[in-house]
Unconditional design. Structure first.
Length: 323
């Protein structure tokens, strides 16, 4: 049985811009990164490119922004491996070290004439509209749009990678986190609000930002990208089900010939049906194991039909979400 392969990120748009040729030097910088960070950088660039298209950005800006996204984590090559690859939560001290990848990356770009035009990706991708980001705690008016776009793509891919998604099933749970980040504190309500107010009533009031951490308009564009990818996964699963159906039908035909072969009284008839079976068998299949293979195909179809239903439900959930 052939393996079903689904790319979590579509590379169609990146190929359409011929970025692999125009960005050879910039992409070469990624070779200095560990494999995980390199893959993350490529994913963020892909998402950034596609978000830009849904924002109707000009082609030149889309290419520029995509290159910025490729390079956004270039400073991580100088973060100690024990911090960069740590599986558990970082300590406060380790997090302070991790945060320096933004300024390190910015300095790398500024010292290289080829990279200098794309330094914005390195320095702005962790800034937040409400001023809670780093390294400079900037607010919306001071964060360029490319930094805001890369922030959304970066955060999404970081969560997806951490949760090790193999499919778009339950991807709406990740999108809920991003919706929360796009919501200003002043608009958030929870059952603990009253307790929080009582706890803080003796403290001086701190004005709340009218912005969340990420740009809702950019998040809406990301939603469209994710819906596209989920629809594509549905298409891939549906195509695989068609492949399974074809093989189930073939194996059922083999089973009919097998039963007739067993019930045949003449050697001539038995040979006839045995030859028919041989013509229908595929590599790795035999008269002895074809029934086992048939059951495997049937079970695989049940699994894929369940995935298809869940993906359809997931798309409906995403479309109902409000940003």
């Amino acid at each position: 049985m052939k393996e079903q392969k689904i790319d979590f990120y579509s590379k169609t748009n990146l190929r359409s811009y011929n970025l692999n040729n125009s960005m050879r030097y910039q992409l070469g910088m990624l070779d200095r990164l560990d494999n995980f960070t390199r893959q993350h950088s490529e994913n963020v660039a892909n998402l950034t490119c596609r978000i830009c298209e849904y924002l109707n950005a000009p082609t030149k800006f889309t290419v520029y922004c995509t290159i910025c996204a490729y390079l956004h984590d270039i400073g991580k090559q100088f973060i100690p491996a024990n911090i960069l690859q740590k599986q558990s939560s970082l300590t406060d001290e380790e997090f302070e070290v991790m945060k320096t990848h933004t300024t390190i990356g910015y300095n790398i770009c500024m010292k290289d004439l080829e990279l200098r035009p794309y330094a914005a990706g390195t320095i702005y991708h962790h800034e937040a509209l409400d001023g809670s980001g780093y390294p400079n705690g900037l607010t919306k008016k001071d964060i360029p749009i490319e930094g805001q776009i890369i922030r959304v793509a970066d955060e999404f891919d970081a969560i997806v990678s951490k949760r090790q998604y193999k499919s778009h099933i339950d991807i709406s749970e990740t999108l809920k986190i991003l919706i929360d980040d796009a919501t200003p504190q002043s608009k958030k309500t929870s059952s603990s609000d009253a307790l929080q107010i009582l706890a803080n009533e003796a403290k001086p009031s701190i004005p709340k930002s009218k912005y969340g951490k990420i740009n809702p308009k950019i998040l809406k564009a990301l939603f469209k990208v994710i819906i596209d990818d989920t629809e594509y996964e549905k298409y891939c699963v549906s195509s695989y089900i068609e492949y399974l159906d074809e093989n189930i039908e073939r194996l059922l035909q083999i089973n009919k010939y097998f039963e007739k072969m067993q019930n045949s009284k003449s050697d001539k008839d038995k040979t006839y049906y045995e030859n028919g079976i041989s013509m229908l068998l595929r590599e790795g299949e035999t008269i002895a194991n074809f029934k086992t293979v048939l059951e495997e195909y049937k079970q695989a179809k049940i699994v894929r039909l369940d995935i298809l239903n869940k993906l359809d439900s997931e798309i409906k959930k995403i479309k109902k979400m409000k940003i």
